[in-house]
Design a binder for this molecule. Structure first.
Ligand code: PNS
Length: 164
């Protein structure tokens, strides 16, 4: 059973990795895929985000990394995926996720959406807040992988945090 975990991953957080780890236990193959034609302006290029994903998902041999254009349902069909995986942190995510799941079902009734709940320690974590905290020099320890932290500080020109 192949599952697709789609998203922006700008940047990858420990919350995403928590969902990836859970998904890798459920699916035979989990394809983590970055949307290429997003309307959002991104901090990292797709290639940079692919690199970060590759580095951080190396421990799971059944996790593949990719990017896609166009409709998710078309991409899922091309990859032979039966399900889309999404993480839900809080009730506030639910409405948006439900709308997407219903629309994807309308577009392809054979494709299921599977929701997983990340650890509660990541329930307040988002890529948007990570970008903001990084740009303001805040401490992201435990929220993003160390390699992502370093890339954020390099990209934003913020000095690494001195050890306490
Ligand atoms: O991490 P994000 O930005 O919340 O991910 C959103 C994503 C990539 C899952 C969604 O925008 C998507 O699937 N886009 C592909 C285009 C598409 O199929 N749109 C209709 C979805 S209902």
């Amino acid at each position: 059973m192949i599952g697709i975990y789609p998203g922006s991953f700008d940047p990858l957080t420990n919350g995403h990795l928590d969902v990836i780890e859970r998904g890798a236990k459920i699916f035979d193959e989990l394809v983590v895929s970055i949307l290429r034609n997003s309307e959002k302006t991104s901090l990292f290029t797709v290639d940079e985000r692919l690199d970060m994903l590759r580095e951080c998902t190396a421990p799971w041999p059944n996790v593949k990394v990719d990017s896609f254009d166009g409709l998710l349902v078309d991409y899922a069909r091309e990859r032979g995926a039966r399900a889309v995986l999404r993480g839900i942190r809080a009730v506030s995510d639910y409405e948006y996720e439900l709308q997407m799941a219903w629309m994807n079902r309308k577009l392809d009734s054979a494709l299921e959406t599977v929701f997983m709940i990340p650890s509660e320690s990541y329930s307040y974590l988002s890529s948007r807040l990570v970008r903001e905290i990084a740009s303001l020099g805040g401490n992201l320890t435990g929220l993003v992988p160390a390699s992502v932290d370093l890339r954020l500080r390099t990209r934003l020109g913020v000095a690494p945090l001195a050890p306490k």
